[in-house]
Structures are given as C-alpha cells and as structure tokens.
Design a protein around this ligand. Sequence first.
Ligand SMILES: [Zn+2]
Length: 472
Amino acid sequence: MSDTTGPGSATGRSATPDVTLTPLGGAGTSVLVDTGYARVLVDCGASPDLAAFDASMLDAVVLTHAHPQHADGLAALVRNGFAGSLIATPYTLRMADIGLRDALLTQRENEGPAAVAERAHTRTGHGPALPEDDPARVAVAVAALGVGHEFGDPMVIAPGIACTLHRAGHALGSAWVHLDLGSAGTVAISGDLGRHRHPLLRHPEPFTHADTVLVEAAYGEGRRPASDDRDHLAHVVFTTLDHGGTVLVPAGPVDHIATVLFELARLRRVGCLPGGVPVCFDGPTGLASVGVWRDALLARDPELHDSVLDAGFGAFDVGSLTEVRTARPVRHASGAAGGILIAGPHHGDGGRAGRHLRELLPDPRNAVLLQGRSPVGTAAHALARGATEVRIGKDVVPVRARIAHLPGMTTHADAAEIIEWLGRGTEPAMTYVVHGSPGARLALRNRIRDTLDWNAEIPTPDTSLVLPATAR
Ligand SMILES: [Zn+2]
C-alpha cells in the first residue's frame, strides 16, 4: 500500500519523488497517477496491463463512467488485490454494477463452466481468491468498495490527491475529472465527453483550467449530423416490421439501451412503431439499467434535458419492454410476427448479440441497426463496412439481412465540440490526446495545435509522463 505521508509533509527525504501519469495500453482509457506517496487509477478499461497489475498498491480508482471500455477491468482489479476506494457518481456506481454483472455473465456463457473453473484455478492474482468466480460475488466485492461522489464537491481520495467530478453529459452520471496534486499542479482527465445534441443529457460542464489535460479523441475526426440517421432508423424499422422481420439492435445495458429506447419511443409517437410490436432486451440487466434512468426522471435530476424531464416516463415508452433470455429470434420468443430485439454487446462480438447475429443475418427479412462506431476487428465494424459474410465465433455467417449503419447516433462529442469544450478554459502547460484510433488522435492533436495554439502531444502507451513541479 502507499506511503501515508503526503507530499507536503516533513518526511526527512532529500528529494521529492516525480509525479507521473501513465496511460495504460488496451483501449487507452486508463491512466495511472503516481505521486510517489499515493497511486490512483482513473478508469479501468480491460487491458493486458491489468492482468499482471498488483492492484493492492492502488489507493483509489476513479470511474468517469461505466461504459465497458472504461470499467470492464474492475473485476480483474479486485481479483488482483484492489481494496481501495472506487470513486464515482452514484449513478455511475449503479451502472458499473449492472455492466459488471452483465459482462461477467456473458463471459461465463461464452466460455462455459469448465473454462471458468480452469481460469479460477490457474490465475495468479495478488488479492484474496474468489475461487468460485461467481459473477454475483465478484460484483458484490466490487460494489463494496464504491464511494458515491457528487458533482462539484472536492474530495481527498488519497494522500495528497483531491478529486472533483464535473458533469460530462455523455452517459447518466458521467464525469470529467479534476485532480489537485499539490506541488505537481492540477490534472484534468476528460473521460468521454457528451455531444451537444445528446438526446437525453445536458451539455458537459465546460473545462476551466488544469496544468495538464488528458483528452479523449474517440470522434476526433468528426461525423455526420444525426438527423439523417433518424430518418434512416425510422425507414428501416418500419419496413422491416412491415415485412414480418426482426430488427436487431446490438446495445449493452449501460446507457446504450436507454438511448435506443428513447429513439424507439420517438418512433412510436410519430406512428412509425405500431402498437403491439414486441420490444425485447435479451439479458438479465436491461430493465435494471432502465430503472436507473427512471430514478433519475423521478428525482428530476439536473443532468437531464428539460424536454426529457417534461416527457417523464413517456421518454422511454415503447409500449412494452420485455426482458427475455433466448438465443432464438424475438418473433419465436414472443409469438408475434416480428419485433425488435436489443442485445449486448454493442459491437456484436460474442455474447447474446453474437448469437442473434448468427441466426438473423442469413435472412433478408431481418435488419441490424448499428449505432455510432465500433472497434476495428469486431463483427459490427465488419458489417458497417458492408461485409457479405462475417465471422461469429467459429462460424462464418452470410450477410443477407439489411444492415443499417447509423454513425451519427452516438453520445460522443465530435472534434469541434471537444475543441469548444477545451477552449472555454485557460491554456494548460500540456494537453495529451488519449483514447481513440491513431487517426482520430492525430487529427485532434493537430486541431488543438492549429485552432487553440496549445501544446498538444500523443503519449506512448505504458510510458510515464513526468509532471513538472509548479511554483506555488
Ligand atoms: Zn463512454
């Protein structure tokens, strides 16, 4: 565990240790902050680094939000000895619990019980064993570490490190993080920023100042307007249902399902989604996720747009939402002639979405709706690029179903919105562009240099950045 003396204490040491930021590999969403006295991890997307990571030395983990790329390393951290505080907004903690349970169950379904038992037997974790690898018990162990932290309240989360969360407008409870590291200055970490036209949430709280900024570039290259996508969505849903087909929407339980339901509810209001069409979520966590949003509506949470607050539960009213557990098309499960099926993961690789793709793709009556961008190498990415066949697990599946790619239907800020967010604040000493494809990071770095005239770099994963001491 960390030294309990803070950087401002009289320690008798001759030199102050370097304060470092280390962007970890994998999705590029995790950053290790090490002051020499304390260590904090901001976000923990699954990464090869986490598998061999002695997490017992962490004082705290801060979650910006609960999307898988930012939180799906939580189980590995706890298995590897993490026993510090898990800091996030209350909504993010609830969504992280839902996402973790869903991910662990999906992993178990994909691997089968024999593989799970083998992994539990052979792993070399640093922490207390969770030999049963029971998803519920792992989730409980993670949830026990959670410390809810409201927006705007500075909080000392480790010796010499104060953290303030600010509204990011990307997912319910999502935050960008401001860290005060004492003599090493201040650091802002964007997490994922919301887009200005987010259908449900208000704009991100603007950046103000930090000496060092780490900013995401998931959509650093720009995108199409969403209005085209809404028309496309309405046309595909209406015509597919009219022909008795099934519409599959790959979407995970953490927030993606809420945005899907919001769009379907809008179609219902304008008559493009006939009454009685079954809308099903395949998995045990979809309704729990919608329940978190319903709680936010009941609390009239200020994160939500006024229009969403005014709509109340009607914002997600698709008639009936059923939670099912089936590998068969929804029309078989429901007995109806067609329907809408939502299943994770968002990128369609494996899990329940993978099983449904295997069954639905060969039939031209069906349609698959792909929102936003998907990581290279995933089934959704191949489908969006027009693949005529796609590999699902061990099978090569012909693609005869209609593929509707809706790249503008995302809750991510694009490059112009990120630049606007940054430009509301004062210039930092350095801005590092993290999280995004190499092309997106390069485009955003150049735009920061050209538009804002700020120092901007793309850090090398797993390479520590030493922060300069600031005069205070
Ligand atoms: Zn996200």
